[in-house]
Ligand binder design. Structure first.
Ligand code: GLN
Length: 446
C-alpha cells in the first residue's frame, strides 16, 4: 500500500534518490512468515521506512546528494542499519538531502529537487528534506535523518512532522558519512511521537565502532510516553523570541506555552545570553570539521575521478567538478579558520564559546526540566528565495544549532499552521540523555 501511495505522490514531491522495493518486499515476506508462525516480532517489523542518503546501506547507493558520490556503493552497513535489520526493518529507498548535509532547504542537492508536500512551490527544509517530505507525504511511515545543526528538526517543522535529534553519543555515527563529527547525530523523522520512540529504541545504544558512543544500556523509550506534564518545569529563553521571529510563529509558540500551562506544567523564564554567539561558533566549528572530513574525496579512494596528467591536477579537477558551490564555500572557509594565524582567532575562540554555551545549558537544566523554543524563526519559503544568499540561509538555523554545540537532545513537533497553510514547529530541548522527558512532554502536547 505504501509503495502504491508513493507512486502517486513522488512525481510532485521527489523525496527519493533511489529505490529498494525488491529488498523491501522480500523482507515483508519474511515478516509475514514470522507472523504466520507466531514468532515474536519487533513493533517496527514490516513498517516501511526510508533512509537519508548519507547513511550507508550495504550494496545500495549512498550519494550524499553529491556528484562526488553519485556512483558510490558502500560495502558495509551503518550500525543503525544493522540494528534496524535485527528488527526486520523495511526501507523503500534512499532520500534526498542537501549535498553532504550542508544546507537548510535541500536546494543544495546536486541530484534532485524535493518539494514541500504542503505546497509544491516551497522548500521542504533541510538538510534532511527528503526524509521529512517522505514522511509528510506518506511515501514512508518513518525515516532516518541526520542533524548537525538542525537538519532533522527544521525540515520536520517545515513539513509538519516529528523530528528528534538524540543526545550526542546516544546513536552510533558509524556508517554516517561525516559532515562535522563532533556535532552529527542520526535520528528519526516520524508522523507522531510514539513512532519517534519506537525508532529511537531500535537505533540507540552503545556501539564499540563509534568512539564517541555513550556506554551503558538504554531504557525502553516507549515507557516515557505518559500523558502527563504536571510537575514538569519548562524554561522559556527570552533570547529565542527576539527580532527576526515571524509573528505567526511567535503566536503559535505562545499558544503552545499556554497549552502546557493548562496541562499543568510550570513555565519559567530562563536566560541563555551566550546563545547569540551560537550561530557564529557553529559556522566556524562545523566548517572547520567539514574541511577536514571532506579531504578524503581526492579522486583516489572514493567516488568520482576526473582524469588528468598528474596527481595534483586530478585531485583539483575532481574536487572542482564533484563538489557543488556551497560545499566548496564551506571547505574554503573551514580551511581558512584552521590555518596558521587564524586558528587562535577563529577556531579556538569558537571552541571556547561552545564551552560557554554548554555550561549555560547545564546551569539552566539545574533549574528546569526542559527548554521550549520555536524550531525555526520562519515557516517554509519559496524555492530560490534564500538559495543565493548563504547568510540569510545560515540565519534560519539560529534556534537549532545551540543543541548541537551543547550535545543535548531536541525534538520538533507540529504546533499549528500559518495563514498561508504552512506548518509551524515547536522545539523542546532537554539535558544530555534526557530523551525520556522530551518524549513525554512532546507526547502530552500532541
Ligand atoms: N542548516 C545547517 C547547515 O547548513 C544544519 C545542517 C545539518 O544539520 N546537517 O549547516
Amino acid at each position: 500500500a505504501v509503495i502504491a501511495h508513493k507512486a502517486k505522490v513522488e512525481p510532485t514531491v521527489h523525496a527519493y534518490l533511489s529505490d529498494s522495493h525488491d529488498r523491501a518486499l522480500a523482507t515483508a515476506k519474511l515478516v509475514d512468515e514470522a507472523i504466520a508462525k507466531g514468532d515474536a516480532i519487533s513493533p517496527l517489523a514490516g513498517i516501511p521506512g526510508a533512509i537519508k542518503d548519507n547513511i550507508c546501506i550495504k550494496d545500495e547507493p549512498a550519494t550524499c546528494a553529491s556528484k562526488m558520490l553519485e556512483n558510490f556503493v558502500p560495502p558495509y552497513n551503518a550500525s543503525v542499519i544493522e540494528r534496524l535489520q535485527n528488527n526486520h526493518y523495511i526501507s523503500l529507498g534512499k532520500l534526498n538531502m542537501d549535498e553532504f548535509a550542508m544546507g537548510g532547504s535541500t536546494e543544495n542537492s546536486a541530484l534532485a529537487k524535493t518539494s514541500n508536500p504542503w505546497n509544491a512551490d516551497c522548500v521542504p527544509g533541510g538538510s534532511s528534506g527528503g526524509s521529512a517530505a517522505a514522511v509528510s507525504s506518506g511515501s514512508a511511515i518513518w525515516a532516518l535523518g541526520s542533524d548537525t545543526g538542525g537538519s532533522i528538526r527544521q525540515p520536520a517543522s517545515f513539513c509538519g512532522v516529528v523530528g528528534l535529534k538524540p543526545t550526542y553519543g546516544n546513536v552510533s555515527r558509524y556508517g554516517l558519512i561525516a559532515f562535522a563529527s563532533s556535532l552529527d547525530q542520526i535520528g528519526p523523522i516520524t508522523r507522531d511521537v510514539t513512532d519517534a520512540a519506537l525508532v529511537l529504541n531500535a537505533i540507540s545504544g552503545h556501539d564499540a565502532k563509534d568512539s564517541t558512543s555513550i556506554p551503558g544500556t538504554r531504557v525502553d523509550y516507549t515507557t516515557a510516553l505518559v500523558n502527563d506534564v504536571k510537575n514538569l518545569k519548562i524554561g522559556v529563553p527570552k533570547e529565542f523570541f527576539g527580532e527576526g521571529l515571524n509573528s505567526e510563529v511567535r503566536k503559535a509558540i505562545e499558544e503552545a506555552i499556554e497549552t502546557y500551562k493548562k496541562l499543568g506544567a510550570e513555565i519559567v523564564e530562563v536566560s541563555l545570553p551566550n546563545s547569540k554567539y551560537a550561530l557564529s561558533a557553529y559556522y566556524i566549528i562545523a566548517l572547520a570539521e567539514a574541511s577536514s572530513n571532506l579531504a578524503r574525496y581526492d579522486g583516489v579512494s572514493y567516488g568520482m575521478r576526473v582524469p588528468a596528467d598528474n596527481l595534483v591536477d586530478m585531485s583539483t579537477k575532481t574536487r572542482t567538478e564533484g563538489f557543488g558551490p556551497e560545499v566548496q564555500r564551506r571547505i574554503l572557509l573551514g580551511t581558512y579558520v584552521l590555518s596558521a594565524g587564524y586558528y587562535d582567532a577563529y577556531y579556538l575562540k569558537a571552541l571556547k564559546v561552545r564551552r560557554l554555551i554548554k555550561n549555560e545549558f547545564d546551569e539552566a537544566f539545574s533549574k528546569v526540566d526542559l527548554i521550549l523554543t520555536p524550531t525555526a524563526p520562519n515557516t517554509s519559503y519559496k524555492f530560490g528565495e534564500k538559495a543565493n544568499d548563504p547568510l540569510a540561509m545560515y540565519l534560519e538555523d539560529i534556534c537549532t544549532v545551540p543543541a548541537n554545540l551543547a550535545g543535548i537532545p531536541g525534538i520538533s513537533i507540529p504546533a499549528g499552521m500559518s495563514s498561508n497553510n504552512l506548518p509551524i514547529g515547536l522545539q523542546l530541548l532537554g539535558p544530555a540523555m534526557g530523551e525520556e522527558t522530551l518524549l513525554r512532554a512532546a507526547f502530552t502536547f500532541e
